[in-house]
Design a protein around this ligand. Structure first.
Ligand SMILES: [Zn+2]
Length: 326
């Protein structure tokens, strides 16, 4: 039984200096793979299959215990939106969680946040952008410089999405303009930090922060993807030595840069096909039709990302992304 009245962590401290890493599971309560992956890795430490040589690693297997208890994505709201400390109006469970989780995240150099998805095939990762998030570490006796771009290559994914934050900021500006919300106070959906989740917050405090989408919610292998990602990340940072990590040195990664987010406007808005993440859409191809009859066409050759037919009106319906410099 999950107790939603507290948070549980597991920490290991190596005896040599090194990076401080935190791994989150179940920021969304119905995404169990991160919790399972963390349990498996903690078990490897506890049975002495794995030793932490340097640095510190903390595992937080259930970041949103209310949502996890209910088996739903959100408790009172989406924890992975408007993720920053709240001063006065702590109206909901996730606002209270923000004030516990934000100071925890601030202590770490690297965040790995494990999620799963509704539609799609292969695991993928999200980073800030390909040049951001550089960080210097003392690992053992050495100074090592790494970045989100370099670390994500340790996670064995084919696809990496960038530019979430900028896309969201523009999305909220469009939303405010459309709905005539010109002056504060802005409610959650119109908050300029609406798009900020765990990684955006950690990044704003100087951390390298990566989201890993491990597979579909019900996918049996998703927890293994998460477990291997944790092992590979710790190994890449020279914090552990393990024979179980997958060699990723020659792995080919495709980057997709988000450039637009489109809100659903009413329940009658429909996609014209059963879109899945990373499906290609050609310039001028119809993606969906608003209830008003207005067609939504792709502005250029690009990819559909995170299509959500079940989105609520006024919320994110789908995203568009492209390969950088094409
Ligand atoms: Zn998620």
């Amino acid at each position: 039984m999950i107790n939603h009245l507290h948070l549980e962590t597991h920490s290991f401290f190596g005896l040599k200096p090194g990076p401080k890493v935190i791994v989150l599971g179940r920021v969304h309560g119905n995404e169990c793979c991160g919790t399972l992956a963390i349990k498996n890795v903690v078990n490897l430490f506890n049975t002495q299959v794995l030793t932490l040589d340097s640095g510190k690693v903390t595992f937080l297997p259930i970041a949103n215990p209310l949502a996890a208890l209910r088996g739903t994505r959100n408790g009172d709201r989406n924890l992975n939106r408007a993720f920053y400390p709240k001063t006065s109006d702590k109206n909901n469970f996730e606002d209270k969680l923000n004030n516990i989780l934000c100071p925890i995240l601030e202590e770490y150099d690297v965040l790995l946040d494990l999620h799963s998805f509704l539609n799609g095939d292969k695991p993928f990762a999200l980073i800030g952008n390909t040049s951001a998030g550089k960080k210097d570490f003392v690992i053992g006796q050495k100074h090592v410089c790494t970045s989100e771009h370099q670390l994500v290559s340790a996670l064995n994914v084919d696809t990496v999405i960038t530019n979430w934050s900028d896309t969201y900021t523009r999305g909220v500006q469009k939303r405010r303009k459309r709905d005539g919300k010109h002056s504060p106070p802005f409610t959650l959906n119109y908050d300029e930090k609406y798009g900020d989740g765990t990684t955006e917050y950690a990044r704003s405090k100087g951390a390298i922060a990566i989201t890993l989408e491990c597979g579909q919610h019900e996918e049996f292998l998703a927890s293994s993807v998460g477990k291997n990602a944790i092992l590979n990340l710790l190994n890449r940072l020279q914090m552990t030595r393990t024979e179980t990590c997958v060699n990723t040195d020659n792995h080919n990664v495709t980057y997709i840069k988000l450039f637009d987010v489109i809100d659903k406007l009413s329940y009658g808005d429909k996609f014209v096909k059963n879109w899945k993440t990373f499906m290609k859409v050609e310039k001028n191809e119809i993606v969906g039709i608003f209830e008003s009859g207005k067609e939504i066409r792709a502005p250029k050759d690009c990819f559909i990302i995170f299509p959500n037919q079940n989105a609520e009106p006024g919320q994110e319906w789908f995203y568009l992304g492209e390969k950088p410099n094409t």
